[in-house]
Design a protein around this ligand. Sequence first.
Ligand SMILES: NC(=O)c1ccc[n+]([C@@H]2O[C@H](COP(=O)([O-])OP(=O)(O)OC[C@H]3O[C@@H](n4cnc5c(N)ncnc54)[C@H](O)[C@@H]3O)[C@@H](O)[C@H]2O)c1
Length: 254
Amino acid sequence: MRFDDKSVVITGGVGGIGHALVDLFASEGAKVLFSDRSEEDCNDLSEAMKRKGLDTHYMAGDLRRKTYCEALIAEAVLTFGGIDILVNNAGIIPRGNILETTDDMWFSALDVNLNAVFFLCRAAIPYMQEAGGGAIVNTSSTWGIYPGPDHVAYCTSKAALAALTKSLGRDHAPDGIRVNAVCPNEVNTPMLRSGYTTRGIDPENAIEELGKTVPLGRIAEPGEIADVIAFLASQDARYICGETVEVSGAKPVH
Ligand SMILES: NC(=O)c1ccc[n+]([C@@H]2O[C@H](COP(=O)([O-])OP(=O)(O)OC[C@H]3O[C@@H](n4cnc5c(N)ncnc54)[C@H](O)[C@@H]3O)[C@@H](O)[C@H]2O)c1
């Protein structure tokens, strides 16, 4: 299997793409430690994996806390003896233009989407260096490359994450550590659906309509993003480093 005995840390494990990632990596032989906010949700996911015969570990906590980010990496090293793959998937999407963006929305976006990735990578890279290599896959967004409308905090945080990915990719390639990012456009997850629900719009209809704006005819399903992340983390992508890979069904950002 592609990830036999690999030690993998996945953030945002309980979310749409995160759930698909936990399932995929565990199914392909990885030793998985996943993270998310709620202890109860993490436990539910771990139990669901157990019912499929997959053993996973979790550590619940708030990625806005540096001590939690560092403890997560320490936990992987303690439990598995090292860390081969770090998947920085967790994210939040405060919505609004600058006049609608409060201090809290701005700082939360940067804390979860950018600063946590900085803390996690800084904690993980020494162990990867010691082991002679590793892979980090960050989840940016097509909106981090071409900012979409009225999401100033989100777009800024994802653009900074794309830049962080390229910087780390360049700096740590000599260590055998490949750092890449996936940049999805719209994906059918709670993050996308909640945007419709809070505006009183039925997500099913909205997603069907949204699909018509994508040249491939539909928005992405979580597993389709997880597959690209797994590819980037795998040996099949051994010469890909410092890249931001757009996964958009050919839909441009308007
Ligand atoms: N859904 C989309 O259309 C889309 C498009 C482009 C990029 N992305 C990115 O994909 C990634 C996964 O998103 P998703 O669509 O699966 O969203 P999601 O909301 O389903 O999952 C995100 C997960 O991150 C967790 N999380 C958020 N803040 C946290 C914190 N402070 N501490 C710990 N965990 C925290 C959430 O609890 C949630 O389970 C995100 O980085 C998102 O920005 C999503």
